[in-house]
Design a protein around this ligand. Structure first.
Ligand code: ZN
Length: 258
């Protein structure tokens, strides 16, 4: 199975400064990962390309990963893009449609510390470099916690807004906070999307594609495991088996890594 890797930020944010530990990867670490992929003969794919392979419309490369970024941080353009270009990599970036050019205002950052998001010009530049874009709602809404009408608006209108602003098809969606249930999944499927990235706590499917998060603290050994696809099997064991669930609960209690 071709792994879908998930990133958020690529910058030198000091450890502990992110609200979510590990969501920033230093450019040096990100470059080491891209170099590993390039030297290992991995091909990077957008989610559209991955879907084409899965639908038999494109030949499956010997080694491949799909790279994705959530939220559309400005450092994706400033730091990640030059590195991806250097190693011939592409990616899919999920944008918060009504926050383009603004800041992350959905997490509780202190005044003035909220990370900046890409402007429309920066997004256009990335588009010209072959980067694909998807929707991550209008405002980074927690879709299972808002009314069905609001969830539908966030899913449907964000796609329309991005199609109009970027003049490209928007085929993929990612659920903020990985919050998804059957009703939300159905809304995405009926809103013109081709697929979505979701949570490993629900079964895999075109509208709940599992992703593997790459964290700032990951060692290269762990990254190699994540890029190999073997990690999916570990995720399945962890999230979908009785023993795995028990270990996960134990890990939360004991703060052990698994
Ligand atoms: Zn997000």
């Amino acid at each position: 199975m071709i792994p879908i890797l998930m990133y958020h930020r690529v910058n030198d944010t000091a450890p502990g400064q992110d609200l979510y530990p590990g969501m920033s990867l230093s450019p040096v670490r990100f470059e080491a990962q891209m170099r590993y992929l390039a030297e290992g003969g991995y091909r990077s794919l957008t989610l559209s390309q991955l879907a084409q392979i899965q639908n038999g419309l494109m030949e499956k490369p010997r080694c491949a990963v799909a790279l994705t970024f959530d939220d559309g941080y400005r450092d994706n353009h400033a730091a990640a893009l030059p590195i991806m270009r250097k190693y011939g990599m592409t990616a899919t970036i999920f944008l918060v449609a009504e926050r383009i050019g603004g800041t992350n205002d959905w997490d509780l950052y202190e005044d003035g510390l909220a990370p900046r998001l890409m402007s429309l010009n920066e997004i256009h530049e990335m588009k010209m470099a072959g980067i694909e874009f998807g929707s991550h709602t209008l405002t980074h809404a927690a879709l299972t916690r808002v009314s069905p009408e609001e969830a539908r608006r966030q899913i449907h209108d964000s796609r329309q807004l991005l199609v109009n602003a970027l003049d490209v098809p928007i085929g993929f969606f990612s659920y903020p906070y990985d919050l998804v249930n059957d009703a939300v999944l159905e809304m995405v499927a009926q809103s013109g999307y081709e697929g979505a990235c979701g949570a490993s706590s629900l079964p895999q499917g075109p509208f709940n594609r599992w992703r593997i998060e790459c964290l700032g603290c990951d060692s290269m050994r762990l990254f190699r495991l994540k890029a190999s696809g073997l990690y999916y099997h570990l995720m399945w064991l962890r999230d979908r088996t009785v023993l795995g669930k028990a270990l996960l609960r134990a890990k939360k209690r004991m703060r052990l890594w698994m």
